[in-house]
Design a protein around this ligand. Structure first.
Ligand code: ADP
Length: 432
């Protein structure tokens, strides 16, 4: 009896020490994973979740165009699509069929452009039906892997396109990204969708996730023939709901058939129709997100600001010049302060070749803002149709060369003529 008791104690001791070993090993693994996750996320300035109460309201479309706007504005952007049951980001960017590859440092995101990296669960699924077998813990695991094991590198923004509702995926992402800037919530004007979005707002509150704002999509239809607005699903509900829930309302985007065709063709809408009414509505609604303040760097941390990137650029690129041209519908805009976007082209002074070009949506029209903004974009010369004296002085103070009186022509022709010193200059139409 005594012996049995003694043996039992020894066995117990063995099994308990084995148990504690397993337990501490598990704990150690969890800590290591958490550290790896924190290290990756620390390199990302802003993390934004795009949510909706129900499917089909345009959440992925807006997430894709937000990522593109930010990239066009010169930000380093990551777009993460965790919609396991209906990943649509690959289709929106024409990236279907792409396969993720890995190195020993992690998975490599697909590079849509120099500064826009994309990861979608769609790159892992061979057929959509695969998603059916994914259960909660597996979903959590894959989402964690997309944050921890993907070589995102240093990003200004990570935009996460989450599935609709308040299920496993939004919950996982909100728990994994502890210091997200907040959620952008998309709704349509119908009552059902708005009721669903209330639940999304409650969900954010429970998780302490700030609501950056609500966008009402498919809000009215502007007839392309008569230009009259028809409120197919009513409109204004999103605004009222946002007010009653005390969250910011960012704006409404109309129903636009071109949004469907561009989505299906794999060319994001803002890329295809940069100056349209709908593009302007999208950009207005997204402006507060575009203007989020840069993270305050830790003392020890070396953050490279846009300004010193540009100064380095200029010093390193001897013989090259950055020329900015305000555009409307791909031609120089006569009304400088009211253009839709700017082309900023890096040009070889000797050959006149355009080495690099970026299209950047114009910032809001605020007096005195453009000179600093274009300087921060790296512009050294601004070619305009008309420009007031005060604006010219401000540009000159920022070290930019100002050329006014250019005709409303295609930017490539203007750049060629400027480099060849054959640019015809007329009257400064805005000399007030
Ligand atoms: P969600 O991510 O909410 O499920 P999607 O972004 O996939 O929604 O959009 C669903 C469909 O609605 C797509 O075909 C898309 O092109 C279309 N769509 C989105 N926004 C608009 C809009 N403002 N006007 C017309 N069609 C739109």
């Amino acid at each position: 009896m005594e012996k049995h008791k003694k043996n039992q104690t020894k066995d117990d001791q063995q099994s308990s020490s084995k148990g504690s070993h397993t337990c501490s090993q598990k704990h150690l693994n969890q800590l290591t994973e958490q550290l790896q996750l924190d290290e990756r996320l620390d390199l990302i300035d802003h993390k934004i979740l795009v949510l909706s109460g129900k499917g089909g309201v345009g959440k992925s479309t807006i997430a894709a165009n937000l990522a593109l706007s930010l990239a066009q504005a010169g930000k380093q952007v990551g777009l993460l699509d965790i919609d396991i049951h209906g990943p649509s980001i690959p289709r929106l960017f024409g990236l279907e069929g792409q396969v993720l590859t890995g190195t020993q440092d992690g998975l490599k995101p697909i590079e849509y452009s120099e500064n826009l990296k994309v990861i979608s669960v769609g790159f892992l699924l061979r057929k959509l039906d695969d998603a059916v077998i994914w259960r909660g813990p597996l979903k959590y695991g894959i989402i964690k892997q997309f944050l921890k094991d993907v070589e995102w590198g240093k990003l200004d923004y990570l935009i996460v396109d989450s599935p609709p509702g308040t299920g496993d995926e939004p919950l996982s992402i909100a728990q994994l990204i502890k210091n997200a800037d907040g959620a952008l919530i998309i709704t349509t004007p119908q009552d059902l969708s708005i009721n669903d979005v209330r639940k999304s707002i409650e969900f954010c509150r429970v998780l302490n996730l700030p609501v950056l704002g609500v966008i009402e999509n498919m809000s009215g239809f502007v007839c392309p023939h008569c230009n009259n607005r028809i409120d197919i699903f009513k409109s204004g509900g999103g605004k009222k709901m946002a007010e009653s829930m005390m969250v910011p309302f960012l704006g409404s985007i109309p129903l636009d058939p071109d949004l469907v065709t561009t989505s299906d063709s794999g060319l994001p809408y803002l890329f295809r129709y940069p100056g349209s009414e709908t593009a302007q509505a999208i950009q207005r609604a997204l402006l507060p997100i575009m203007k989020l303040e840069a993270r305050v760097p830790d003392k020890k941390e070396e953050i490279v600001t846009r300004q010193n990137i540009n100064e380095d650029d200029v010093r390193a690129d001897d013989g090259k010049i950055n020329i900015a041209i305000p555009l409307v519908e791909n031609r120089l805009s006569a009304h400088f302060g009211h253009c839709n976007e700017f082309l900023i082209a890096k040009v070889d002074r000797a050959s006149g070749d355009i080495l690099k070009r970026k299209l950047v949506p114009a910032p809001p029209h605020e007096p005195g803002m453009l000179p600093s903004w274009l300087h921060d974009q790296g512009a050294q010369v601004i070619i305009a149709g008309g420009m007031g004296q005060r604006a010219q002085q401000l540009f000159q103070q920022k070290g930019l060369t100002v050329v006014v009186g250019a005709e409303s022509r295609e930017p490539d022709v203007i750049i060629r003529d400027y480099i060849n010193e054959t640019l015809t200059l007329g009257e400064n139409l805005c000399d007030h």
